[in-house]
Write a protein that binds this ligand. Structure first.
Ligand code: GLU
Length: 295
């Protein structure tokens, strides 16, 4: 089969519970898009925050993905095994004088901060007082007033000025773990990811990730943020939402629901197996059908 060497997609679940319908939707969208473009598709376990990792859930998620007929092209990458690499990148950013240590508490930040696009904007308190000792301290990256824009394949154009909208953000946490924003950028670059298809809850994080890519000399992938599945109150489903785990026992019915949620047309004939479903789905998938009405 022809293989598109320019398309590398991925699904990056956090092992904090069973796979729920919201993550299945993200997985189906990224896998269908990769299959449709004859690209490769990887799975990465985002277990960087070991405090939130639920024992056994990484395996359970992988078994569920297998039952749903997902096939990934390389061994699963575990963030928990990438600490030396993250350390190297942090050192690089500190040497570039872009990153600095910070011991402000959340409440101290909240007192002086304005609200930005996703909570208080860090007012830069530690920019001048930072030390080289990192133990017990967070590390933040210095932001600026440059406008960062990207064209999302589903959500259209988005722009942020990081210093105004987010502030200097944390790339290494005071509890010693690498922050999601940094880990995701380093992993996507090291895995050669060119297409990111994921939930719209990460739309507002994307400019931070593009900023890090720029300063680290990584190329920018294309982005597509799929509408979020919400509960009746309009809240995003989370793994803590035990009411919505997907059942590996009935994969076809959950796949069909995820497919319908993604506004793709129903199969003309009932697929006999998950393999048959994916074969058909790969040919018919069109990300352009997804509207942002759900958002
Ligand atoms: N690990 C994140 C999650 O489970 C996804 C991160 C990403 O796709 O960039 O929500």
């Amino acid at each position: 089969m022809f293989h598109n060497l320019d398309y590398h997609g991925r699904f990056a679940p956090s092992p904090t519970g069973s796979l729920h319908f919201g993550s299945l939707v993200a997985a189906v969208a990224s896998y269908a898009d990769a299959l449709h473009h004859q690209g490769s598709w990887l799975v990465r376990m985002e277990d960087v925050d070991e405090g939130r990792t639920v024992k056994g859930s990484a395996d359970e998620i992988l078994r569920t993905l297998e039952a749903f007929g997902f096939e990934w092209d390389q061994p699963v990458l575990l963030q928990s095994q990438r600490k030396p690499r993250y350390r190297e990148i942090l050192d690089q950013l500190q040497q570039q004088r872009l990153a600095y240590t910070c011991s402000c508490s959340r409440s101290e930040v909240a007192v002086h901060a304005r609200m930005g696009v996703e909570g208080p904007v860090y007012p830069g308190t530690c920019r001048k007082t930072a030390t080289d000792k990192i133990l017990g301290k967070a590390i933040r990256i210095r932001t600026n007033r440059e406008e960062i824009c990207f064209e999302d394949r589903i959500q259209n154009r988005h722009c942020q000025v990081l210093e105004r909208d987010v502030g200097d953000f944390i790339i290494h946490r005071a509890d010693g773990y690498t922050a999601y924003q940094l880990a995701v950028v380093v992993d996507d670059a090291d895995q050669g990811i060119t297409q990111i298809v994921r939930g719209a809850d990460l739309l507002l994080s994307t400019p931070r990730q593009i900023y890090l890519q720029k300063h680290l000399g990584f190329s920018r992938p294309a982005y597509a943020h799929v509408p979020l599945v919400t509960d009746i109150q309009g809240r995003k489903l989370s793994k803590q939402d035990l009411a919505h785990p997907v059942s590996a026992g009935k994969p076809l019915s959950s796949l069909k629901s995820a497919w319908a949620f993604l506004q793709q047309p129903p199969a003309p004939e009932e697929p006999g197996s998950v393999q048959e479903f994916w074969q058909w789905a790969a040919s018919i998938w069109d990300i352009g059908r997804i509207t942002t009405g759900h958002l």
